[in-house]
Design a binder for this molecule. Sequence first.
Ligand code: NAP
Length: 311
Amino acid sequence: MRPLRIAIIGFGKIAEDQHVPAIAGNRRFELVATVSRQGNGVQGVRSFTSHQDMLREVPDLDAVAICTPPSVRYGIARDCIQAGLHSLLEKPPGVTLAEVEDLACLAAGHQVSLFTTWHAQYNPAVTAAAKRLAGQEISRMEIVWHEDVRKFHPGQQWIWQPGGFGVFDPGINALSIATRIFPGELFVREAELMFPENRQTPIAARLTFASSTGTGTLTADFNWNHTGDEAWNIAVETAEGTELLLSHGGSRLSIGGELQASGGEGEYPSIYSEFADLIDERRSHVDIRPLRLVADAYLTGRHSRVEAFED
Ligand code: NAP
């Protein structure tokens, strides 16, 4: 079987750190082009400064991985789907729910696979937590997602612009895990969003959730102005008294204080394995739940101004 010819559109930190090695490590894919407006890419692979040029000039392309900032994702994805390409979207899959729903319809119409990836869901520890919590009633869930924006997004300006998500850029990873492991639907009941006075997106947010399968306190605390080691933890307690802790961004699971064995091939290799399967089976995998929680936090939340943030 010939490899699926894939192009990466949006060649920045995540493309270079994760997508390139994951594609190189999967025999089903061959990286044949990259696109970034400045022409960044990989030695030996054709690079383009616009996706339209790339779509015109690269023959026999099968698929694209769209790793741009979210604000331009929809237009690029639309062009790719209309060109008959299977499309993998980095998280978040769009800036609005309507964009993602439209892409899903378009992909169905063009009979191509659309894959809205949420990389944090691909940790084996997250899968194990979801299995352990299935059918349980939850008495507490506490999400704490604190990190230093200067460390993980050095010099990135799009994160502070409308459609850039601010602290929800990492926070949506936690929400993607929560929606994966929580044994029922989560709803935003209250939210508080804190915007630096010189920025368009929040630097911190606190959410309280409701759920028909959760009786106790269900909260999330996101902070991007954190110094020191990052804290990426989700603690869950079931009504039966079992305590789970997903830590290190969802890569480690402890149950009752005991660290559980984890293995697996890693987030991005797993994502590309699934993408190949989706293409083989002409299926899409579209999950809007994490994005919907962020949208609902904006809809329901109190907005407050905090001190200016300088990089
Ligand atoms: P980044 O380093 O800023 O990279 C984005 C790249 O997209 C830039 O290099 C930019 O290059 C390119 N780009 C922007 N507009 C474009 C356009 N219209 N056409 C083609 N290329 C365009 O950002 P990132 O950290 O990789 O994040 C990208 C996405 O991945 C975000 O949605 C983010 O949430 C997600 N993600 C990031 C991480 C992480 O650790 N950083 C982890 C997981 C997921 P030019 O300026 O040359 O166009």
